[in-house]
Every structure is written in C-alpha cells, then in structure tokens.
Design a protein around this ligand. Structure first.
Ligand code: SF4
Length: 413
C-alpha cells in the first residue's frame, strides 16, 4: 500500500546542509595548513580534549556511515579483506579502510574534496567496541601518525565512583601524552569551555529527541539519523548549539500544531541497534506507507549525555563516556529499553541483528524474548547490517515488517 499523504519537510535541513559543508571544507583546509592540526576521534571518544588542544576533529565512523548511505561500502570492503581484515568484522571499519586503499570517498562528490583529512593524531575510546582500536591503528600506520586511546571498563551495570576515577585517570594520561607529543600544556579553561559547549549541544539534542514522546511524533528515527550529525561532528562548538536550538523550535512548533512526521500515525515503534545505512530511504518509506512512526531508538540516543553542571570537566567526560548505552550490562540495557518504551508510548520493538556489529546488537542473548515476556509487546528481530548489503535481504525484511505491523493491528481487534 502506498499512501497519498505527503511528508512534512524539516525546514532546518537547509541549515544543516551548509553546516556540514563548512565543517568538511574547514577540515580539508586544516589538513593542508602546516600551522593547523587535525585529530581523528571515535564518535563517543575524548573529542573535547582534542578541541581544547586546538585540533580540528574528524570522526571516521561518519565516513563509514556515508559509504553505507551512498551504497558503495560493499565495493570497498574487498580491498580491506585483501589486506587481512575479516569480511565479518565491523563494516564501517572495513569499508573505510577499503575506501582509503581504493582512493574512494563520498566527500569528493558531496564537497569537492579529495577525502578524509590527513590526521596528525588519532584518539579512540573503546567504550563502544575494541574494533575502533584496530581501525585507528591501520590509519596510524598509513599516515605515520600517533595513535592514543583509553580503554574504559565495559559491560558496566551501575556506574560507580571507582569506574569514573579509573576513566578520569586514563583521560589525564591521554592529556599527558598529548602534551608530550605537542610540547605544550593543556589549557584547562579551554577544556572546560569545550565540555560545557558539548554538554549543551547534547542536552538540546536530547530535548529534540524527547519531542517524539508526544503523539503524533514530530520526527522519527529516520529524521534523527540525518539531524544527529552536528552532535557527533561538531560537539564542543557553538554551531551545534545554534543548530539544535533551531531544530528544537521547529519540533516544538510541530508538537503544538499536532503535526506528525507520519500523517495519521497508527503505531509507534522503538528501534534497537544500528541503522541499515544503504536502505534507510526504503525503510523510511516502508514505515511511512504503513503509517508507523519509529519514534525512538537506541542509536540516536547514544549522543544524549548528562548535563555538565560545572566542576571537574574530566570527571564529566569520564562519567558520560562510561555511562553510554552501548557500554552497559545486559540487565541495564533491558531496563533502559522498558523505560524508553513507556516514555515514548511504544507499541512494538524492532531489533536489528547487525551481522558485523555485535557490540551494538542486543538481540543475541535472549533480550528480545525477555522484553516480549515482560512487557507483552510484539517484538521483531531482523538480520541485516549497518553498511554491508550482502547481509541484508530487502524483500525478506520488508515482508517481515509488514507482518509485524499486522501483528500490531491484530492487538487492536
Ligand atoms: S560499535 Fe559497531 S559499528 Fe561502531 S565501530 Fe564498533 S563495531 Fe563498528
């Protein structure tokens, strides 16, 4: 069934486009200027420290997602496999490595630049997965650049003061290493400013996502995938704050006007796990046609951190980077999903079993069944991947989605 209803365009998107353009052009200029520094950072890594040292910060996972969204990952991955990377390891990593080896980048078509900026330093946190460590070391070797990182405790239940103290120590060590590498001291006032800006952008992003608690949802997971870019790439900048103020105003306007992203919203779904980047458009259209709002997701929430209320910026960084969902225990995650489903008035849950990302897949150890038993809500698990389309069947997944919505309909009868 294809609905005749029209999508309501998000006006802030024009501003987002020019922000993204400025961001990548600035990175490109920095990489070719001997007086400026570029650092690569993991998406929930210690970017505020890098900003405070004066690095322009680039996030390779975004490039991995772009390769997927532009449907070219599967062409790049074989080159990474050819130099020893397993085809079933993170497809962000293998497509990014493969793209570099093949001299391909979606940034060329989008912004007229040759590709990712050359790094002076690569910094990671394994709070999301260990894959990033190996990914960063590949590019460290390739560019003869220093690689530094922190390894926080993982699978954490309650985050204790001992966890925070441990990670804070790691962050301090990271600063010490960068000071030694650059031959200059950290400016702690600048670090506090970067943390404060980061926290503000992140809080505004959470407010934007929270507008989808209302019925109808003013935005969906698929909108979130586009609009989350500044909270990842421009965290620690005023640009991200200005952008989310703009977007929040627009979403609040939709809430007061009763305008939903899905006209005549019938059901509301929670999405757990990674997006399927090469199929985002098709899946978004499928849910639109079915009258289903994917109102909340684990993925978009990954950058909604706690507020920084002043005090030790390293402690805030240590706590927020340990508290992120992906880094938590199975028990914590299950309870979090239950609370999210209540808060967002969810009718059913979809788990994406992403073949190459076990770290951000939560359906492998019985959680889907336990949630179904505990909440009584319909739950669907589908097999796919974040970037590698060889692990995804469009026809089968769409059929499964339709059957799932029929199941939701059945509960109304
Ligand atoms: S969390 Fe998953 S998708 Fe992200 S870098 Fe790690 S393995 Fe790759």
């Amino acid at each position: 069934m294809t609905r005749t209803a029209k999508r309501v365009k998000i006006n802030a998107q024009g501003t987002l486009r020019s922000l993204m353009r400025d961001y990548f052009l600035n990175l490109d200029a920095a990489a070719s200027d001997p007086d400026r520094l570029v650092a690569w950072c993991t998406s929930v890594g210690p970017c505020e420290i890098l900003t405070a040292f004066g690095y322009e910060v680039y996030f390779p996972e975004n490039h991995g997602a772009l390769l997927g969204a532009r449907k070219i990952s599967h062409e790049c991955i074989p080159a990474a496999v050819g130099v020893g990377y397993c085809a079933e390891s993170c497809s962000y990593m293998t497509s990014d490595i493969g793209a570099a080896l093949s001299g391909v980048s979606p940034l060329t078509e989008a912004y007229g630049i040759s590709g990712p900026p050359r790094p002076d330093l690569l910094a990671y946190s394994t709070n999301q997965c260990r894959e990033v460590q190996d990914w960063w070391h590949f590019f460290g070797r390739r560019h003869d650049a220093k690689v530094l990182g922190i390894c926080p405790p993982t699978h954490v239940g309650e985050v204790t003061d001992a966890h925070v103290a441990f990670v804070r120590h790691e962050l301090q060590e990271l600063i010490n290493h960068i000071e030694g590498h650059l031959g200059r001291k950290m400016d702690y006032a600048r670090l506090e400013q970067a943390v404060s800006l980061s926290s503000r952008a992140s809080s505004l992003w959470r407010c934007v996502l929270d507008t989808a608690r209302t019925r109808p949802s003013p935005m969906t997971f698929f909108d979130g995938l586009i609009h989350m870019a500044p909270v990842i790439l421009m965290r620690g900048s005023q640009d991200a704050i200005d952008y989310y103020n703009l977007l929040l105003d627009e979403m609040n306007g939709r809430v007061s006007g009763g305008i939903g992203a899905i006209p005549d919203e019938r059901f509301r779904i929670y999405w757990d796990g990674m997006p399927v980047w090469p199929k985002v458009r098709e899946m978004s259209e499928k849910f639109f046609d079915l009258g289903v709002a994917v109102s909340a997701s684990t993925y978009c929430n990954s950058w909604a951190f706690e507020d920084y209320a002043g005090g030790d910026p390293l402690e805030w960084m240590a706590r927020t980077s340990t508290e992120i969902f992906i880094n938590r225990s199975e028990t914590f995650k299950q309870q979090f999903l239950i609370e999210m489903c209540e808060a967002f008035q969810i009718d059913g849950i979809i788990f994406h079993n992403a073949r190459t990302c076990p770290n951000n897949t939560n359906s492998r150890f019985g959680m889907a069944q336990r949630l179904r038993d505990e909440t009584g809500m319909p739950v669907l698990v589908f097999d796919g991947d974040l970037s590698d389309v060889r692990f995804f069947s469009t026809a089968q997944t769409m059929t499964n989605m339709e059957a799932f919505v029929e199941q939701l309909e059945g509960r109304l009868r």
